[in-house]
Design a protein around this ligand. Structure first.
Ligand code: SF4
Ligand code: SF4
Length: 478
């Protein structure tokens, strides 16, 4: 991850990447590839995880990356980069299914093929369940940044993140978290926002901050698309546990499953977190979307989802197949196989370039004239299946929530941007917010939009109490 004004994120837009030239005309100088060494195979069975269904792309095969594919991948990745920093990012499925030795060899290969002056960062996304001392010693030794998937406190996490017997996985994940902490491994929390936890933004954020000691947090909205024909099947989940053969998930249909986050609620969730963060944690806790939004005020777009264009986040399957994006691992977006065509050539292909530019070129009229377009840029194309206010197809399903977040957080973001331009730390915004809170008074409506008085909402700084669904403690607006 690259350093940002507040913390770090990754380069993700074609526009940002055009600063250095590659020997292949039109090839991006850098990109952020997600490699899936065990394909989509996982040791648990999260109900919303449509990635599990991707096994159907490669039936009757053992989904494990071979040594030959590993070597081709590392060599080509390092050869492809024209920037001094390269990220080797492992994802799944669940990459710990590959055992530590596989990744030791990956690190050796990085050393073998790294050019002088090239520095390499290793990242690793895991559900944490198979972690042990050996894994954590390895991560520590090679400075891996580990992403741990947690959806909040036990009651919320266990709703959808279950094992093959439909049992919650919270305790197992906390075992992995304990080991990461014990070994001093740098970690961030990846939390999905779904229909079960969407009302508890601040409560979840406080849990990560106060109980897990997290300093880097990323929120990802769950949006599972379906058609009239597939919605019933989709609502049953992508598990084989549900008593049916998995169907391959593709980005089609304009319906969403019961597990998906509500559009406006996603914005309320983000504001619930933001109003807590902007009062207590600027410069101390780093929330990816907040970081990248502030960066956008300086014309830098570090997250593909809110960059004008995309196409720099390909996904590599265990067998060397390269797809346009991790969210488009489906036949129509297969660029080719790295054993047959160098990945730089695949990244420079007209198909991939079009994929990235379509993000900008397919914006609806509503997006093109939107007040917060420079921050939002229409969001991810995978989520553009709703109707715009004028009835145009291709509007982002999350639009109402994104508009709410980018509009309501804007005054504080502008203040932080100004502070930075004046050579002051953005954390000074916290003192300025406190003055404004005092001026408004404790019984004025809370700025988060919950409808509650400030004193009983974001003005209440009591440490987090156990989550109580019955009372709706710390519940955000709905
Ligand atoms: S399709 Fe979405 S997730 Fe994929 S690269 Fe584009 S913006 Fe990013
Ligand atoms: S907030 Fe909505 S209208 Fe505005 S750019 Fe984003 S998706 Fe488009």
């Amino acid at each position: 991850m690259e350093a940002t004004l507040l913390s770090h994120a990754s380069t993700s837009s074609i526009d940002d990447a055009q600063t250095a030239k590659s020997p292949i005309s039109d090839a991006p100088p850098c990109f952020h590839l997600l490699a899936k060494p065990s394909g989509s195979t996982c040791n648990i069975d999260c109900k919303y995880c449509f990635f599990l269904s991707k096994e159907a792309l490669y039936p009757n095969e053992k989904h494990r990356m071979s040594q030959a594919t590993l070597e081709a991948y590392i060599r080509q990745l390092l050869e492809s980069h024209r920037t001094p920093e390269v990220t080797v990012a492992w994802q799944g499925g669940e990459p710990t299914l590959m055992k530590v030795e596989f990744f030791r060899h990956a690190v050796e290969l990085v050393e073998k093929y790294r050019r002088p002056g090239q520095s390499v960062k290793h990242t690793f996304q895991t559900n944490g369940i198979l972690l042990d001392d050996e894994w954590c010693e390895f991560f520590k030794q090679y400075h891996f940044l580990v992403g741990l998937s947690v959806d909040g406190p036990r009651e919320l996490h266990d709703t959808f993140r279950v094992d093959r017997r439909a049992q919650g996985t919270f305790d197992l994940v906390m075992g992995g978290w304990n080991l990461l902490r014990k070994h001093g491994v740098e970690f961030n929390i990846l939390c999905t926002v779904n229909s079960a936890n969407q009302h508890y933004g601040r409560s979840i954020y406080r849990f990560f901050r106060d109980e897990l000691g997290a300093r880097w947090i990323q929120f990802i909205p769950i949006i599972e698309r379906a058609t009239e024909q597939t919605i019933q099947l989709a609502n049953r989940g992508w598990s084989e546990r549900a008593g049916h053969k998995r169907v391959l998930y593709t980005q089609t249909g304009n319906l969403v499953t019961e597990r998906s986050v509500g559009a406006k609620q996603y914005g309320l969730f983000l504001m619930d977190v933001f109003e807590e963060w902007v009062r207590h944690d600027v410069g101390r806790v780093f929330v990816q979307l907040f970081d990248v939004t502030l960066e956008a005020f300086f014309g830098r777009h570090l997250l593909c989802i809110h960059a004008p264009t995309c196409g720099l986040g390909p996904a590599l399957e265990y067998n060397g197949d390269l797809y346009s994006c991790d969210h488009f691992v489906e036949p129509g977006y297969l660029l080719g196989n790295i054993h047959e065509t160098h990945m730089l050539k695949l990244m420079a292909s007209p198909e991939q370039r079009k994929f990235g530019l379509d993000k900008r070129d397919s914006l609806t009229a509503q997006c093109r004239s939107c007040e917060v377009r420079a921050l939002c840029n229409g969001g991810c194309p995978k989520d553009r299946f709703a109707l715009s206010r004028d009835g145009e197809t291709g509007q982002n399903y999350l639009c109402s929530g994104l508009e709410l977040f980018f509009t309501q957080s804007r005054p504080a973001m502008e203040t932080m941007a100004k502070l930075l331009r004046d050579g002051r730390p953005p954390s000074d915004v916290m003192a300025m917010t406190a003055i404004e809170d005092k001026r408004r008074g404790p019984y004025a409506p809370c700025p988060c939009g919950s409808g509650r008085k400030f004193k009983f909402c974001h003005g209440n700084n009591a440490s987090r109490r156990p989550f109580d669904p019955a009372s709706g403690e710390e519940r955000s607006a709905s």
